[in-house]
Write a protein that binds this ligand. Structure first.
Ligand SMILES: Cc1cc2nc3c(=O)[nH]c(=O)nc-3n(C[C@H](O)[C@H](O)[C@H](O)COP(=O)(O)O)c2cc1C
Length: 298
């Protein structure tokens, strides 16, 4: 990828992942990711905003249920990396992104899906363990899936899900991962755009407070995700159809929308995504400090 450290910022929807966060991670030696742009103009604007802050490589992530092809083509032309998640690997989308020169990856939840991503032409895969925060594609613990995948495919394998400490990161690299991918820890980065109530709840929580559920499924049904259990309970208690607003947009109770800073309403009853790595979220920190902490033993 051209970055100094084998560490990737996860694409963080909401968007909790800002261009400033992506740039800070890239500038610190990792690979920063920009989440889910829905038009070519959005891709160009967001990547340009990150490029204003760093000359290091930048990636763009897309969620398959919401992907817009023209945005993928644009990302392939302006970013070093384009990545997809939450859908069967699609050779046409991989070609569309690779045509612009980007390295293309797919985040997967099983060895079968990893093999399909390799066949579709991906240059790397991210294997996501069941410990992960956000939407969870697979059903296996990360170590098991990593071992199966490194033995079974030829492209580099990035390990994601529950990675919160330097010790865990080093163990995964020793276990064959080409890099690690980190989400929840960066939600509490200074440069991220998470609502302060969400960040405070992550700081207070531990891995036992997370749950894998399909509860926040309005508009994205049958899609398991790991959140704070308290968020599901609060949403169950909250009886109004609209839980919060973002400008003039209403956010439905049980929508998968995660609260960014501008959200107003019952934030504690929204989708508060958190991985087992939440154990290591203890304060708000600059992203560069999180990168330095995680990569201590590389
Ligand atoms: C707040 C949040 C939002 C996420 N949004 C996305 C997304 O839009 N696209 C994506 O590929 N993965 C998304 N993920 C999942 C990550 O890619 C990754 O698998 C996960 O964060 C790894 O586990 P960890 O949170 O324990 O580090 C999200 C995760 C979190 C915590």
């Amino acid at each position: 990828m051209g970055c100094r450290l084998p560490l990737q910022l996860a694409s963080l929807g909401g968007p909790v992942g800002t261009p400033a966060l992506a740039a800070a991670v890239s500038e610190a030696g990792g690979l920063g990711m920009i989440p889910n742009p829905s038009s070519a103009a959005a891709v160009e604007q967001l990547v340009e905003a990150a490029r204003a802050l760093t000359a290091q490589p930048i990636g763009v992530g897309f969620l398959i249920p919401f992907v817009v092809r023209e945005a993928v083509v644009a990302a392939g032309a302006v970013a070093e990396v384009v990545e997809f998640f939450y859908g069967d690997p699609d050779p046409d989308l991989v070609r569309a992104a690779a045509a612009g020169g980007a390295v293309v990856g797919w985040q997967v939840g099983s060895i079968a899906e990893a093999l399909a991503a390799e066949r579709a032409g991906c240059g790397y895969v991210v294997v996501q363990g069941i410990e992960a925060g956000g939407h969870v594609r697979g059903t296996q613990p990360l170590d098991e899936l990593l071992a199966q995948t490194t033995a079974g495919i030829g492209v580099p394998v990035v390990a994601a899900g529950g990675v919160g400490t330097a010790e865990r990161a080093a163990a995964l690299l020793a276990g064959g991962a080409a890099a690690i991918r980190v989400g929840t820890r960066f939600v509490a980065a200074e440069e991220a755009d998470a609502h302060q109530t969400y960040t405070a709840m992550l700081i207070a929580a531990s891995s036992g407070d997370t749950v894998l559920t399909e509860a926040f499924g309005v508009g994205w049904p049958n899609a398991p995700h790991r959140v704070l259990r308290s968020a599901v309970e609060a949403a169950e208690r909250f009886e109004q159809p609209v839980v919060a607003t973002l400008g003039d947009r209403e956010i439905a109770r049980f929508a998968p929308t995660t609260p960014i800073g501008e959200v107003r309403g019952e934030v504690a009853a929204m989708a508060l995504y958190a991985g087992h790595s939440v154990d290591a979220v203890t304060r708000i920190q600059p992203a560069a400090e999180i990168v330095a902490e995680l990569s201590q033993s590389f």
